[in-house]
Design a protein around this ligand. Structure first.
Ligand code: NAP
Length: 501
């Protein structure tokens, strides 16, 4: 089944277009025209979302769970067409798109069972103590309530699982918040077909049409209007540090500031401890190369830095570069991302004391891996070397001893993940690193690689800035629903006035 996008926005149940269009820039296959979004489209979508909140925000958990399942069904009904347009627009392989679709529908269904279980409401009750001295205690009940319309900026690197019906949208809808998605200009057709699936689910479930809108981009004023609209109550974002920071600042500057849940950048450092390196340094190097090149390195959890003792760096460099050499060119998501990868590679290669291990080519939209080495002292002296390079570039940081490894850990910015490779004999060294890493990252792993994020109850995909703009939150897993809820305490309220949940 071939899908030909019509290029319109979905606003409050209607497909609408303006005069101006932009043309998509697919990795392969036909380009299509899409209507350029305007602040007027944003206003119409957000006003409809606010109107929808008065029913959707008070809907039963059973109705919302059924809605989430229906969205998943409608996505599955369009499976082949989604893979086709998704592959064309992003250059990601078919198998990856198929897997990501499963993750997207699985996520929607997981949120359905999560809200049915009800624990997320965190209901609390302090019973009245009328005879307490010196003051009586009133009856106090607390429950989590949905916050209102939510804006979502999808990710370029996950056109399904972190985009139109991705984790942010699923969490917000599960909470009872209508969603307005700003379509990513790297995959507007994929966004459109997913919006079509949500549109069909709205009709089947009889939900208010303002529950979901998609406004395509084309110009930056769509995003800026969306985060500044007074009726928007929170923003979910995955993307660049620059773009995310600009939108975060706009949220903070509003007359009524709102939370901006941005997932920005991370280099996901790995600390390779001596006994583990001694026992299986070559294996670790090969595994690192696999994780580094997965999806052309375009994962937020890509492990860009490996910290190792100087005398063990050769083993790591040899095994990683042997595996990386076998990796062919991979298409990157957009020309802009490929250009940013080349800029990042140039920045790293010019760093003081940086030595080449493997340099390749990165032509137009095709990425090949790069591998460099630098001493921990030089790395510590040059902040630019700690910045994310989005793509398959690895940097080996060579420490003189464990104290210097800890100094590297201490100097890190906030991360989504930090990884330890360790054997039993490394326990003491690991114990001295974990308290430092806990303060740096949302997830700490032992003897694994950080790419591959489980969607589950315990997952934390977030971390101190710049990994995320809100270190108390996660953008993956059921805990992510908390971003779109607000506790309300009801004092001495009759049951008839309390939320039905
Ligand atoms: P991006 O440029 O930050 O764009 C993300 C979204 O925000 C897009 O919808 C974009 O609109 C919008 N946007 C960005 N800056 C804006 C601004 N100043 N005002 C209004 N809207 C704005 O990210 P990207 O295109 O997805 O990828 C570019 C870079 O982001 C990559 O090279 C990589 O460094 C980083 N990245 C990081 C992650 C991660 O997981 N941490 C994931 C993907 C990408 P348009 O569609 O109009 O551009």
């Amino acid at each position: 089944m071939t899908f030909t996008p019509h290029g319109k926005h979905l606003i409050a149940g209607n497909w609408v277009a303006g005069d101006a269009t932009f043309t998509s820039d697919p990795a392969h296959g036909p380009a299509h025209d899409f209507s350029v979004g305007t602040p007027g489209h944003v206003d119409a979508a957000v006003e409809a979302a606010e109107e929808a909140f008065w029913s959707f925000g008070y809907s039963t958990r059973e109705d919302r769970a059924a809605f989430l399942h229906t969205i998943a069904d409608e996505i599955e009904a369009r499976a082949e067409a989604i893979t086709e347009i998704g592959t064309q627009e992003t250059g990601l392989p078919e198998a990856r798109l198929q897997g990501e679709r499963g993750r997207t529908t699985g996520q929607l269904r997981l949120f359905a069972s999560h809200i049915l279980a009800g624990d997320y409401l965190d209901q609390r009750h302090d019973e009245a103590l009328p005879d307490r001295a010196p003051l009586p205690r009133p009856d106090l009940k607390m429950i989590q309530r949905p916050i209102g319309p939510v804006a979502v900026f999808g990710a370029s690197n996950f056109p399904l699982a972190f985009s139109t019906a991705g984790g942010d949208t699923a969490a917000a809808l599960a909470a009872g918040c209508p969603v307005v998605v700003k379509g990513h200009s790297a995959h507007p057709g994929t966004g459109e077909i997913i919006a079509e699936a949500i549109h069909a689910a709205i009709a089947k479930c009889g939900a208010h049409p303002g529950v979901f809108s998609l406004v395509q981009g084309g110009k930056r004023d769509v995003g800026t209007r969306l985060v500044q609209h007074p009726l928007i109550k929170a923003v979910g974002f995955t993307g660049s540090l620059t773009g995310g920071r600009a939108l975060f600042d706009l949220c903070a500057q509003r007359p009524e500031p709102i939370p901006f849940f941005g997932e920005l950048g991370s280099v996901n450092p790995m600390f390779l401890l001596p006994a583990a390196m001694e026992a299986r340094g070559g294996e670790i190097g090969t595994g690192w190369a696999g994780s580094l090149t997965m999806g052309a390195g375009q994962f937020c959890t890509n492990p860009g830095i490996a910290v190792v003792l100087k005398e063990q760096a050769e083993t790591l460099a040899d095994s990683a570069s042997a595996a990386l050499k076998e990796t062919g060119a991979q298409t990157m998501l957009t020309d802009g991302i490929a250009a940013a990868y080349r800029d990042g590679q140039a920045r790293v290669s010019k760093g003081t004391g940086v030595r080449e291990v493997l340099t390749t080519m990165c032509d137009q939209r095709d990425a090949k891996p790069f591998l460099y080495r630098v001493s921990a002292a030089d790395w510590l002296a040059d902040e630019a070397l700690s910045e994310e390079v989005f793509g398959p570039l690895g940097l080996i940081v060579e420490a003189d001893d464990l104290d210097e490894m800890r100094a590297v850990a201490t100097a890190l910015e906030g991360q989504l993940t930090c990884t330890l490779h360790m054997d039993d004999a490394d326990l003491k060294a690991a114990q001295s690193l974990v308290p430092i890493l806990e303060r740096k990252a949302g997830r700490i792993l032992a003897n694994g690689f950080p790419t591959g994020v489980e969607v589950s109850d315990t997952m934390v995909h977030g971390g101190p800035y710049p990994a995320s703009t809100n270190f108390g939150a996660t953008s993956v897993g059921t805990l992510s629903i908390r971003r779109f809820l607000r506790p309300v305490c009801y004092q001495n309220m009759a049951d008839a006035l309390l939320p039905t949940a």
